[in-house]
Structures are given as structure tokens and as C-alpha cells.
Design a protein around this ligand. Structure first.
Ligand SMILES: [Zn+2]
Length: 320
């Protein structure tokens, strides 16, 4: 008996369809339960639609205000595990998030485009995570890089990061070589956007700001409006012009560095996207050696509380 999960035994989606055919967009909030900016933004869009402030003229818009109800109710990132890892349908659900995945995956597959709204722990500016270039490889084959790039560039933030699946798979292979399980499996890197791409769609994650930033729901709201406008789902008489190229900072995640020992330490309390010079020490291992930036770049997603054997920080380099 797991009362905390049975009390959150349903998932809610709101579906709107224009009478004319067109792209089908799905928007997710609170995939991580303590990241509520997307939920607030979706509630605002829902209220506008219900008040008749605007209508879809073509395609479809599905809004999932809370993708992980248990985590949302608890105010935590995860319910029983991270919903944004190994997001795959399963015949034998073990954890709460497996059951969510069995609902969410078919919903994603029934759409063409995903906007996944998140926030982050540390200070910093909003940014967009997008997928790989077009490729016919085995890890993450893809054919919609142009459309996905257009979506990434229209949302508002000017920092765009790619390379997640490749760098994650490299880290997983290294952990596997060390005899670890769990996040030693490359499929563990499949979250909402990776699943969407695996089903023939395209997808971006928008990190809207710090969890508590009062501006984050506004960032999320504008992103939904911009995505709806870009896809031509609705007219926006008062729509702000989309930003034009040139002002974007494009980064590629190049390396994930694992914490190996409890005495490994970051040399500074890094914030995500702090700039690094080639050769600059980022972390000191328990044996006194330093991990140094291989090139000019940025430190991304540093986690000073990472457990040994798990991802500690990423190194990202400018995409030239
Ligand atoms: Zn998140």
C-alpha cells in the first residue's frame, strides 16, 4: 500500500483542436514536481482559452499542467524516480513514474511538437535545450533539426544548448565500464524530448529560470504564446515580433564529469554557465589532481552534492 501514490492516481490533459488541420503541439508543466512555472503559465493559457480570449484556428494544442502529480503534491523534483529519465512505456511498471510514462508516451507520440517547461535550482538566465543535428545514427536519429531550431529560437531566451544525448551516452558507457548499473544505461538519458524525437516529432526543453524566480512563469507563458504563433495555431493580434538571429549563444555539451570520490570537490561554488578558460581548474579530485577545462567554454549543471559514481558537472563549448 502506497498511499502517497494512490492519492495521485490520475493525470490531467486539456486538448484543443482547430477545425483546420495543422501541427499538433503538446506543452508539459511540472515534469519535475518542484518546477511550477510551466504549471502557472499553462493555467494562464487555459483561463484565456476558457474565457474565449482566443481560439485555435488549426492544428491542436494539448496542455498538461502537472505531468508528475505526486512530485507536484510533495513539492519535490521526483515522486519515486526522475520522470525525465528512461521515459519509456513498459509492460511491467514498478515505480509511480513508470505508470505516468505509460500515459505520457502515447500522448507525446500523438503530437508533432513538444514544449517541455522546467526551472532550475541555482541562479541564472533562462535557456533552451534542443536536440541533435539531423542524422541517421543509432543513438538519436533525427530529421527535424531545422524546425526544432526555429522553435528553440522563437521562445525568447537566447542561450541554446545541445548535445545532451551524445554526452549522456558517453558518460553511461564510462559508468558501465566501471560495473555500474542504473544511469550506466544510455536509455536512462531518454526524457520527454528524446522520446518525442524517437516518435518522429521534435521537441525542446525550456528552462525558464530559478525555481522561485517570479519572472519564470512569465517566461514560460510567453514561450507557449510564441510556439502557438510560430506554428500558426492561432492569430495573435498583439504578438511581439520573434527575435531575429545573431544574438544567440549556442553551446554544445561536450563532456560529463562524474564525481568519483566523496572527497572530490569543486574548486568554486560554480553556477551553471560560468565561463571557463582553457586549462582553468574546475574540480579537485581526492588524490589532489585537478580537472581542468580542456578548452574555453562553460561549466553546466554543477551538482556539489552529487553521489560518487554519478554526474557531477558538464563542460559545454561554444558551437562554432
Ligand atoms: Zn526540470
Amino acid at each position: 500500500m502506497r498511499p502517497t501514490t494512490t492519492a495521485h492516481s490520475m493525470l490531467r490533459a486539456h486538448h484543443f483542436a482547430g477545425l483546420a488541420p495543422g501541427p499538433r503541439l503538446i506543452v508539459l508543466g511540472a515534469v519535475h514536481g518542484n518546477e511550477v512555472c510551466g504549471t502557472r503559465a499553462i493555467e494562464r493559457v487555459l483561463a484565456e482559452l476558457e474565457a474565449g480570449r482566443w481560439q485555435l484556428r488549426r492544428g491542436a494544442l494539448s496542455l498538461v499542467p502537472v505531468a508528475n502529480p505526486l512530485a507536484y503534491a510533495n513539492g519535490t523534483r521526483n515522486g519515486e524516480r526522475n520522470l525525465n529519465r528512461r521515459l519509456l512505456p513498459t509492460d511491467a511498471p514498478r515505480e509511480y513514474e513508470d505508470q505516468l510514462a505509460n500515459l505520457l508516451c502515447p500522448w507525446l507520440a500523438a503530437h508533432d511538437v513538444l514544449l517541455d517547461l522546467h526551472s532550475f535550482l541555482g541562479p541564472g538566465e533562462p535557456f533552451v535545450l534542443r536536440g541533435p543535428p539531423d542524422n541517421d545514427g543509432t543513438l538519436e536519429p533525427f530529421a527535424h533539426a531545422v524546425a526544432e531550431g526555429r522553435l528553440a529560437e522563437c521562445l525568447g531566451p537566447t542561450r541554446i544548448v545541445e548535445g545532451w544525448m551524445t554526452v549522456y551516452a558517453e558518460g553511461a558507457a564510462r559508468r558501465r565500464a566501471c560495473g555500474m548499473k542504473d544511469d550506466a544505461d544510455a536509455s536512462y538519458g531518454i526524457g520527454t524530448t528524446e522520446y518525442m524525437r524517437s516518435q518522429g516529432g521534435y521537441a525542446v526543453t525550456l528552462e525558464c529560470g530559478q525555481h522561485e524566480d517570479p519572472a519564470a512563469p512569465q517566461v514560460a507563458y510567453h514561450a507557449i504564446r510564441r510556439a502557438v504563433a510560430l506554428l500558426g495555431l492561432a492569430e495573435w493580434p498583439d504578438f511581439e515580433p520573434l527575435p531575429r538571429g545573431g544574438a544567440f549563444e549556442r553551446l554544445r555539451l561536450a563532456t560529463v564529469v562524474d564525481r568519483e570520490h566523496a572527497n572530490d570537490r569543486l574548486v568554486r561554488p560554480w553556477a551553471s554557465f560560468d565561463a571557463l578558460r582553457a586549462g582553468e581548474p574546475v574540480a579537485e579530485r581526492a588524490d589532489g589532481t585537478f580537472w581542468r577545462a580542456p578548452r574555453d567554454g562553460r561549466v553546466v549543471f554543477p551538482d556539489p552534492s552529487a553521489r560518487p559514481g554519478h554526474e557531477w558537472f558538464y563542460f559545454a563549448e561554444p558551437l562554432g
